[in-house]
Design a protein. Sequence first.
Length: 369
Amino acid sequence: MTDSLEREVAMLVFRQLFDPQSSTYTYLLGDRASGAAVLVDPVFEQVRRDAALIGELGLTLIATLETHVHADHVTGAWLLKRRTGSRIMLSAASGAVGADRYLAQDDVVAFGGRRLLVRVSPGHTNGCLTFVLDDRSMAFTGDCLMIRGAGRTDFQEGDTATMYRSIHEQIFTLPDDCLLYPAHDYRGLTVTSVGEERRFNPRIGGEIGVGDFTGYMKNLRLAHPKLLDVAVPANLRCGRPENEEDAVLPAEPAWAPLRYSFAGVWEIDPHALEEHAAAAQILDVREPEEFTGPLGHINGAILIPLGELADRAGELSKDRPIVAVCRAGGRSAQATVILQQAGFTEVANLIGGMLRWRAEGHAVEGGSG
């Protein structure tokens, strides 16, 4: 690998994310040098997770890209635009309204110093796109070509002959070692390559002709997606609720300024906890000797060691928020999971634990120094 290519690869941030409800893959691509990033196929219910990851990686979301108008989940594009100011981009042939940019064959989507090249690949829907990374090392095929499969053609403008041409002309013309990432996989498979699919795909690989492909696809006998009647109309509005005032958005905690982490934990920093301590129950999950040890403890904290928490959670009130505390923030993060499993809905973890609390000069009881 040349020095310039190594630098180029090093500049790319790439993450594959998964929504278990719809078996949807969302892809984050970022330019490390500039911090600019795009999301391919975001899911409405996963917006909080995706935004947390983008923040933790120090990236700025500039656009969301749709490979097609999905029938099994509602896109997170509108909600992400509302939260981050990102632009919504999808096919000019999608029929969707509310996008900031409509994409066509050979368009380029730039994010910092990197680019995604647009290839039109209809067949599953009229508005299907494949996004190819600038160095042709990876491509995002949506529901056109999947891992040892292909997207359905039995509803929503599907056409087998069109899909056959799309795969052969827009995807199989990429280098054999180009990695392919689909929008879905229902078996837990994550990635394939052009060479693999050209050789091993049972629907369209090898010497399979358009007639064979059509016969295969017309006899899949699959049930229609459960969310078809909800997802398609919403996605034709780029995920915007029909009535924004009545939209049910993911609830945000209101009792204190919290941050949601990619690990799935609500977090509070020491300054915010000090300001809102009167509203919360402070739960210290260290061992008794730590509670009275050199770091001391926060005034009014309730001591329940982590190993006892599952059995003693009933000692806490569900009517007031709980902030879990430990030495550095690790055990207390697990405490929030245990509390949620026990039915507590307003729980947060003190970032950095007692080490950060003391380092920032907040008051403690006991301790030394």
